[in-house]
Ligand binder design. Structure first.
Ligand SMILES: Cc1cc2nc3c(=O)[nH]c(=O)nc-3n(C[C@H](O)[C@H](O)[C@H](O)COP(=O)(O)OP(=O)(O)OC[C@H]3O[C@@H](n4cnc5c(N)ncnc54)[C@H](O)[C@@H]3O)c2cc1C
Length: 218
């Protein structure tokens, strides 16, 4: 749990306008304890980030292929906005309470039933969650557990990263981290499958080369 400094405009319902931010510490991190609402966010926010950074890859069109790539969406037939067969199953839970009535109430007020994970107009929908066969899909469950026995994957717990290592300007190739009082470097090498086309393959594979720095602490 992290405690923020006193907020000037927010956290008005909190003592001293101090906000508490919880964070997960198990594998999968905060995704193991969050409320699981699967909402990508609004198209205009992404487009605004692209404008602010001057980098079109942050735009909605720029990030959409990544959203689609990891997704296995429950409602078929919308290849423009959704992905199928990806690692993260996204669906409505078995029990949705009064959610259909909620959507219907919105319709009576003139708001359509929209897909909240598409570039949407104002409207209502049943919320989708990362759930597969009734089981919560934390980032660990969806992405790490299926590959953790690969020889190219090594999980290091209790590691504190000091810095991300870059080459050629902005190409990240590894991290430097501390663990139990010693400093290590882990470097990523591109595997054959990644070189082929990591974007469209499920075989994305990062190989880590481990080299302990010879002195104890930087
Ligand atoms: C109570 C709660 C409910 C939420 N509900 C939802 C929801 O319904 N839907 C939704 O989309 N989002 C929700 N969120 C937000 C969502 O869970 C987070 O935005 C998301 O999990 C962040 O993922 P992350 O991998 O970026 O960061 P994290 O999951 O926070 O992982 C980052 C991890 O990195 C570790 N770390 C930081 N610095 C270092 C370092 N130097 N070296 C090593 N490790 C380090 C931190 O300890 C942390 O565990 C919720 C969050 C909370 C707290």
């Amino acid at each position: 749990m992290h405690r923020t400094v006193a907020q000037r405009f927010g956290s008005l319902n909190s003592a001293g306008q101090l906000s508490s931010w919880s964070t997960g510490l198990g594998l999968g991190r905060t995704g193991t304890l969050n409320l699981m609402i699967h909402l990508r966010g609004h198209r205009r926010d992404f487009d605004n980030w692209a404008r602010l950074t001057g980098d079109p890859s942050w735009s909605w069109e720029g990030v959409l292929p990544y959203f689609k790539n990891y997704e296995d969406y429950e409602i078929p037939g919308d290849n423009v906005n959704h992905g199928y067969g990806g690692d993260l199953r996204v669906e409505a839970p078995d029990w949705i309470g009064r959610a259909r009535d909620f959507v219907e109430a919105g319709r009576e007020m003139g708001y359509p039933n929209v897909d909240l994970n598409a570039p949407f107009a104002e409207g209502f929908d049943i919320i989708r969650y990362p759930i597969k066969r009734g089981v919560r899909q934390s980032p660990y469950k969806a992405f790490l557990e299926p590959i953790r026995t690969r020889s190219s994957v090594r999980i290091v717990k209790y590691a504190h990263v000091n810095k991300i290592l870059f080459r050629n300007g902005n190409i990240a190739y590894g991290v430097e981290y501390d663990r139990h009082g010693r400093t290590f470097v882990a470097e990523a090498r591109r595997s054959n499958s990644e070189r082929r086309n990591c974007f469209h393959t499920q075989n994305f594979d990062v190989e880590w080369r481990w080299s302990e720095i010879t002195f104890a602490r930087i």
